[in-house]
Design a protein around this ligand. Sequence first.
Ligand SMILES: C[S@@+](CC[C@H](N)C(=O)[O-])C[C@H]1O[C@@H](n2cnc3c(N)ncnc32)[C@H](O)[C@@H]1O
Length: 288
Amino acid sequence: MTAGQDWQATNRALWDERVGIHLGPGGYDLAPLRAGRGRLDAIVEAELGPVAGLRVLHLQCHFGADTLTLAQRGAQAVGLDFSRAAIAAARALAAELGLGDRARFVEADLTQAAAALAEPAGFDLVFVTWGALCWLPDLAGWARIVAGALRPGGRLYLAEGHPTAYVFDDQASSRMPGRPGWLVPYFQREAVIYEAAGDYADPGAAPAHRTETVWMHPLAEVVGALRGAGLALDWLHEHPRVTWRMFGSLVRDAEGLWAWPDRPWLPLAYSLGGGEAVTSELQRQICP
Ligand SMILES: C[S@@+](CC[C@H](N)C(=O)[O-])C[C@H]1O[C@@H](n2cnc3c(N)ncnc32)[C@H](O)[C@@H]1O
């Protein structure tokens, strides 16, 4: 489907409203962060490594819970998001936690990141997690922004919902009782215009803004976009569990992630690390 003319404004309104929901009683659990020991999810905790002393750029940071967790661990963090409400909440939370000197928040559309950051590129780490890429139509452009923000030798950490799982949805009819049905083809190029049933963090919420304009990004497109921007993969993992209840049939595991109740039917998430590609002349000739 073709994205409507006002898709950016519609998506922004949705995210502005979600900030209030996520800061409310049914939203994110901020108690550990407020107690000075913020936690990332189990996948990121296992993969990210120490961040103390690193300059970190957190793209699409929402209201900054993870950005501030990284700052609590000694990173010098910059969070960027296009939601005015999210950035206002992130700044207030940083002030409340006494992290204003270690965390800065920038309100900007991702496509304007380079200009909005108003500081030389040179981040040690670009951090992007959970439900970020689907809002972006142009992954090649995203990858160029990531590459432009990294210092030589700097690294990208990305953790995302798996595009294979995005094919399926509880709102689509299924012949298998209790399982999600087929919603959108893996290789669909056009926008997916979707009416969210509720909120991923607070199942009891009834948001007024529910129309999402999102895009499928097959795994090869993500890797190709990074490669096109001069970045190479250090590693790539697929996971049979994810940080939110993507389908009603998932169950919470001992580490707080959502997993299949019986067998690992489909990957639910992937994560990757990468950075500047060092390409030899021979590699360039064989595999341009
Ligand atoms: C699912 S949230 C990401 C969750 C986040 N990683 C966290 O720590 O909670 C997606 C975020 O992307 C932001 N976003 C969506 N489209 C954007 C765009 N074009 N430019 C900047 N931010 C955008 C939304 O405002 C929202 O905060």
